[in-house]
Design a protein around this ligand. Sequence first.
Ligand SMILES: *Cc1c(COP(=O)(O)O)cnc(C)c1O
Ligand SMILES: [Zn+2]
Length: 370
Amino acid sequence: MNQLSCIECKATYSLDDPRWRCDCGSLLDIEFEPVFDLSAIKGRKPTMWRYREAIPIRDDMNVVSFDEGFTPLVTVDFEGTPVLIKQDHLFPTGSYKDRGASVLISKAKELGISEVVEDSSGNAGCAIAAYCARANIDCTIFCPQDTAAGKLAQIRLYGAKLSKVPGTRQDTADAAWGAAQTVYYASHSWNPFFFQGTKTFAFEICEQLGWRPPDTLVLPVGNGTLLLGAYIGFRELLDAGVVGRIPRIIAVQAEGCAPLYKAFKEGLDETPKITAQHTLAEGIAIADPIRGRQVVEAVRDSDGGFIAIDDAEIKRSLREMCRKGFYVEPTSAATTAGLSRYVCTSDPDEVIVSVLTGHGLKTTEKMLTI
Ligand SMILES: *Cc1c(COP(=O)(O)O)cnc(C)c1O
Ligand SMILES: [Zn+2]
């Protein structure tokens, strides 16, 4: 059955119901039976839309795309161990958030929606703004006042209305929440269609490895939009019989803001309240991730684990990545710092895949301080 389904009360709704949460107030997931025709996929353009029958958009006419995705997977050495790195900083807006935005805004177009709101610490706002520009949909992006200047410029120049909110990231979310009472909420954490885009990360990796899953994925996590997308994608490949197992997921958080790390280590069912400290990894500094329980369950189900990284390690890893020719934003270096730690305990023949999530050109002021 293809439908929206509430994770708490199990109510279901049509995929064509323009809603982003359940009447009970809780989160919705998407139940969808994807089709993978491997020989058809092989002959298509190298974009994330080559998995067309696995993406719940009805009409091709509604697909909003820049031919993005199918990003290169290159081998990089970490402490002497080869790791396959997915270069998702090479998307049109400079981050993997385009995966989610492409599908979510396609769905908005399919629903006939003319206006959306979103809140973001930067990259999700850039992605939603760009795809709305392509689809001719009006959008308002709420950002914390201290968002990187490059990202704010990008959002504004795509033609979005930009609303800068003083205070914390939570204050920004609250402002968008208020606006979303009357306008469609294109939220990368609430809206389940976003994850139908980020799941293509798993499909691409699997295809690039000859339709085999890696042993281990090392991924950043704040709200979990990439991690949950990867998990959904690999589960779908497993359910469809394309692969025989899913990779172990190692989740990386910034030490100054690591509620999910804490929940995992302490075996908690709910995300603990924490006081967020400043971190260089602004993109994953989420104190109260609404899908936190799902993230911890996904990591547990994959037999994975968590790593927390401090700012000194992020800085060191960022310098190392740049010296290897990869100009990425500081948040991406939290992942690579986690990788440097992880490979010290990995098996000699383990196939490890990780990711670069955001481009360094977006955060020039920060790069000047590294
Ligand atoms: C969004 C983002 C992440 C991952 O964040 P989640 O909150 O887990 O979705 C990682 N790196 C960058 C650069 C990002 O923009
Ligand atoms: Zn419900």
